[in-house]
Design a protein around this ligand. Structure first.
Ligand SMILES: Nc1ncnc2c1ncn2[C@@H]1O[C@H](COP(=O)(O)OP(=O)(O)OP(=O)(O)O)[C@@H](O)[C@H]1O
Ligand SMILES: [Mg+2]
Length: 358
């Protein structure tokens, strides 16, 4: 996959003498050091590539700099130092008019509290971005209706926003972003204001849409479970810095530091980890011939637990050609599910028990 969007040593400092502050940050100063001068280092030396067609999640606590970073990615905020490249073009070199054109055509944003216009129909709300672009009415209504249907709102086109639930209103926001055909979607805590069940629903819907639309999405959240569900890759931010970038598995299995490690304690590992991530690959080639139940490399922990519970030996992992590529011992499942006490660990689906060996 090629790089769609690139953050190259981005800094954003609010307050007096920002360039000087950047120099200090480059020499290793942190946020706290600058605060004494009344300067806020919102984003410090952030670098990453977002690949075409991926969901790239930026995860961090409140105040870690996520929204500031996102606003630099679409040119709403000029970086104090560093560059943003979109399709290879340096946004920092563009003028206001070019940036506005880029934001109206190629980059769409979906916010946490999506403000719908109360006196416009759902259709006209979804068509708003196209109206700004000057798309003729008939075409923009057709495209708005298509986007609404994609977001599960067919039949609601002529309703008013206040006739919709919060989750449905958020879908109108998503439809507005999709209707413009932008290839880059920036989503800032877009699902955070929703009830947990509706939020999960929206996550599923986004993943389902993404299978066919294959947009490039930067999704911001403070919730690591949401990050792990949605993200092809995740950047973890702390106090303005990106402290780790990787897949959900990278972050779970190889946290870059104690901070990330403390974050992942509450993650439901059985959903994220797969056989490939934890299998022991140092195995002899004939073990797959035992005629017993096997797992594929992308088998989830839930599946592995169930298989393991039915076997008295490690689970063999075989590829599409039925070649043995690894084994997963029961002890390893227990270790990764994070039960340090070594007590029996129920599988996520309740389908079997994994018992630690003494
Ligand atoms: N316009 C501004 N002027 C001064 N300081 C700002 C400005 N915008 C953001 N900040 C500060 O920069 C830091 C990062 O803020 P930012 O909004 O990017 O964080 P965030 O990760 O999006 O937080 P949240 O999860 O609460 O939305 C914070 O300390 C914030 O107070
Ligand atoms: Mg924010």
């Amino acid at each position: 996959m090629s790089s769609k969007l690139e953050a190259d040593h981005l800094f954003k400092v609010f307050g007096g003498r920002p360039e000087q502050a950047v120099e200090r940050l480059r020499r290793g100063a942190d946020r706290e050091d600058l605060r004494a001068d009344g300067t806020t280092a919102a984003v410090i030396d952030a670098s990453f590539d977002v690949r075409a067609g991926e969901i790239f999640v930026v995860m961090g606590l409140s105040g870690s700099g996520k929204s500031t970073l996102l606003r630099m990615l679409n040119g709403l905020l000029a970086p104090t130092a560093g560059h943003v490249r979109f399709d290879g073009e340096d946004l920092t070199a563009l003028g206001d008019r070019e940036l506005r054109a880029l934001r109206s055509k190629k980059i769409s944003m979906v916010f946490q509290h999506f403000a719908l216009f109360p006196h416009r129909s759902v259709r006209d709300n979804a068509a708003y971005g196209l109206e700004v672009q000057g798309v003729p009415r008939a075409e923009r209504e057709r495209r708005a209706d298509e986007a609404l249907a994609l977001c599960g709102l067919a039949g609601w086109e002529d309703s008013w926003p206040d006739e919709l639930s919060g989750g449905m209103q958020q879908r109108v926001g998503l439809a507005r972003a999709l209707a413009t055909d932008a290839d880059l979607l920036l989503m800032d805590e877009s699902f955070s204001a929703l009830d947990p069940l509706i939020r999960r629903d929206m996550q599923d819907q986004l993943l389902e849409l993404q299978k066919t639309l294959k947009k490039t999405i930067v999704f911001i959240t403070h919730d690591l479970n949401e990050a792990m569900r949605l993200g092809d890759r995740i950047a973890v931010m702390r106090d303005g810095r990106v402290v780790q970038t990787g897949t959900a598995e990278d972050i779970l299995l190889r946290p870059a530091n104690d901070y990330v490690a403390s974050f992942i304690q509450d993650v439901d590992r059985s959903r994220v980890l797969t056989a490939a991530a934890v299998m022991d690959t140092d195995v002899r080639g004939d073990e797959a011939d035992c005629g017993c139940e096997t797992a594929t490399p992308d088998a989830s922990f839930t599946e592995l637990c169930a298989i393991s519970a039915r076997l008295s030996h490690p689970v063999a992992v075989v590829d599409a050609g039925r070649d043995l590529v690894g084994v997963v011992a029961r002890q390893r499942l227990v270790a990764f599910l994070g039960d340090e006490r070594g007590a029996p660990t129920p599988c996520a689906d309740g389908g079997g028990k994994v018992t630690a060996r003494a």
